[in-house]
Design a protein around this ligand. Sequence first.
Ligand code: AHG
Ligand code: MN
Ligand code: MN
Length: 340
Amino acid sequence: MTTGMKLKQFLLHEKRAGVDLSYDLIELIHEVSITCKEINATVSRGELSGVLGVAGSENVQGETQKELDIITNDIMVDHMKFTGLVAGMGSEEVDDPIVVPAVERGEYLLMFDPLDGSSNIDVNISVGTIFSVLKAPMGCRAEPKLEDYYQKGTQQKAAGFVVYGPATVLVLTTGQGVNMFTLDTRIGEFVLTTEGCQIPDETTEYAINMANKRFWEKPMLQYIEDCLAGEKGPLGKRYNMRWVASMVAEVYRILVRGGIFMYPYDDRDPSKAGKLRLMYEANPMSFIVEQAGGASSTGRERILDVDATGLHQRVPVVLGSKAEVEKVVEYHLKSGTEAA
Ligand code: AHG
Ligand code: MN
Ligand code: MN
């Protein structure tokens, strides 16, 4: 019986049971969980923190940064920099890789989105932190080069996210299934509450921002039209729709009860391949979803196989219940060369 174990205790237990986990990786995950407790403490104070609202600056992708995007980024950077576990970091909020002092460098690269869903922060809807761990190819002493970060999602050593919702939950994979740890605020520890999450194969619930409909490609338009046609349409099912605008909350829901989440390609800005970022949103979420028995695709390619070419590279995302994701991929393959 492992439910009830604390996060680090559980990871050490898994290592003793033969799972391939280094002590440094266990320590790194534990340190990330500490920063997430700090982010949780900050976020949960809401208006009391005096930091809600727009900070006035824009991040490297031209998005307006909220005070909390910056604050939570700094919480992560300032803590992880001095753990001796990371060689360098990449954050949604920082253009270039974050340099770790030589003496503090460890064997791993950490990619993160410090505050996902931050447009929801002022309206008190769930937000979260997403992270992905890669091995630093040069080992622990050299300063990582930009290309060292360009690894496929299949090379991730661990991935996780914390959702700051009614309960604060850390979802984690190290490549041996997916486990969930709920923050027990009485003792300040993440405690294992769900072991071996499995996403149901089939679903009747989809999540997509319908406001972008006119910008989609044909296969996506067709799939959604067929969903809307319900039991009388070609998919033969009555669907329900959700859109939280926090990927962490959407993926959490899918892990609990199945579903499909899509942020497809759209031609609002043809220079962008999608909205979501590969290295710290799509890759970690895809690793988690696949480890829970689901699937994740751009519509045409498995996300974990996408070549990384930029720290902030964007990618279309279709993830969740396996059979439903496969259907969406079929729509794309059928439409073949018509599509971009
Ligand atoms: P972030 O807050 O880190 O920029 O990410 C927000 C993402 C994701 O969480 C969500 O699914 C999507 O953007 C929402 O986009 P829309 O506002 O276009 O619906
Ligand atoms: Mn995000
Ligand atoms: Mn963010």
